[in-house]
Design a protein around this ligand. Structure first.
Ligand code: CTP
Length: 401
């Protein structure tokens, strides 16, 4: 769990987006965090402290004079032992108070008294976000080291459209995890492929496979959270782009190859997770195949290029990582694939344990041998894998001097 052992103080301000704090809090708890909630008086008009208390499993605080804190100093007591303060539905007024160092309610006092990073997810009408006063306050806060999550553009509660909408809870959670994850891939460019490919036979039919894309998307997210600039070339899947990751959507192996080769020469790391179809139809029928007297059509297949092997054979290749999904003899086949493609690391898994599902069990094969990772959710595995890869990368750079 990405936020295991982390304690976050979640501040909620008084804006319509405050209702999203409930979903965010639930997601933060699922990611392993302990969450202490502080609300402004205005926030309690939009969502009740009881809701957030039930979800956090702890008392919720709203006032500076709260008598439940024994030493009478809630702002000090609540900012002790936390890893970060995250303020959501942050209003123009909250930003103004922060920018001028005012401390007239519990949340702004904690924001001043804290020793930990402050993350802010603003939510306001676009006119307010664009107002010169707000722009000045944001610039001041950036200068003070405050980190902004969003806002995004889109339709707002007032019906206006523009910048100022709060990020969705899952995007805030991803940004929070990224901000708290050691940045072992900072300054690195990571290129990945994910999902299946679809090889057309005629305008409506084609060859594909059951890859869900989840492992590749999870790795892209973990690489972004480790500080990398991430570009993901994705086959046809329904998954949303991970926050902060550039996604190019392609369909066939040839399209995937082209998109990859455009970026491979500038990448530091290439992780080929896609289940690329090994073959495609030599000719794609322009019209739909018809049943002709019940005689099946003859479709000649030709081999697709091996994208991973091609990238690994570039004059100055990025550090290449492949995947081997096998139905038997995992160790032998994966290691044989690693050598054939001339890559330093291959991630092996048995199809029956991961392909298409939400969990996985993988074994890493590199020059030093095999390293099994504990089974689990694909996102948790992705973080461990990125750690292992970052370690190998550091060793490679150290060797190269
Ligand atoms: N790969 C690729 N381009 C292809 C085929 C595979 O980049 N045309 C990559 C995959 O993304 C994965 C690895 O190579 O990282 C899988 O290797 P491969 O030998 O092609 O796997 P399989 O198709 O499963 O091979 P086999 O049928 O021999 O088991």
């Amino acid at each position: 769990m990405e936020l295991q052992d982390k304690t976050i103080l979640l501040g909620v301000c008084g804006g319509v987006a405050a209702y999203k704090a409930a979903a965010l809090l639930r997601d933060m708890r699922r990611a392993g965090a302990r969450v202490r909630v502080v609300m402004t008086e205005a926030a309690t008009r939009f969502i009740t402290p009881l809701t957030l208390q039930a979800l956090s499993g702890e008392a919720v605080y709203t006032g500076l004079w709260d008598e439940r804190i024994a030493n009478g100093m809630p702002h000090i007591e609540l900012s002790r032992g936390i890893d970060a303060v995250l303020v959501v539905a942050a209003t123009a007024d909250f930003l103004a108070r922060m920018a001028t160092g005012r401390a007239e309610d519990l949340l702004s006092t904690i924001a001043l008294a804290r020793k930990t990073p402050l993350f802010v997810a603003p939510a306001m009408n676009r006119q307010m976000w664009e107002h010169p006063a707000t722009r000045r306050n944001v610039a001041t806060l950036l200068g003070d080291g405050v980190c902004f999550f969003g806002p995004a553009s889109g339709v707002q509660a007032c019906g206006d459209e523009g910048e100022g909408r709060m990020l969705e809870p899952e995007e805030i959670l991803e940004a929070l995890i990224a901000a708290l994850t050691p940045r072992r891939l900072a300054g690195k460019k990571v290129l990945l492929t994910a999902g299946p490919t679809f090889e057309a036979i005629d305008p409506v039919r084609g060859l594909t496979n059951l890859s869900s894309g989840r492992m590749g998307y999870a790795l892209a997210r973990a690489a972004m959270q480790a500080g990398a600039e991430v570009s993901l070339v994705s086959g046809p899947v329904e998954l949303a782009a991970p926050y902060g990751v550039r996604v190019s959507r392609v369909r066939s192996a040839l399209e995937m190859r082209e998109a990859v080769l455009q970026e491979a020469t500038t990448a530091d790391l290439f992780i080929a997770v896609a289940a690329v179809a090994d073959y495609r139809a030599e000719e794609v029928a322009t019209q739909k195949h018809k049943k002709e007297n019940g005689r099946p059509p003859e479709i000649r297949l030709i081999a697709n290029p091996d994208i991973l092997a091609e990238v690994a054979a570039l004059p100055r290749p990025p550090f290449c990582v492949g995947f081997a999904a096998e139905s038997e003899n995992l160790e032998t086949f994966a290691e044989e694939k690693r050598k054939r493609k001339k890559i330093p690391l291959i991630v092996g898994n048995l199809i029956q344990e991961g392909f298409g599902g939400k969990t996985n069990r993988v074994i890493l094969f590199d020059e030093e041998g095999s390293h099994p990772l504990p089974p689990g959710e694909k996102q948790a595995i992705a973080h461990k894998l990125i750690e292992h890869i970052a370690h190998l990368l550091e060793k490679t750079y150290a060797r190269a001097g």
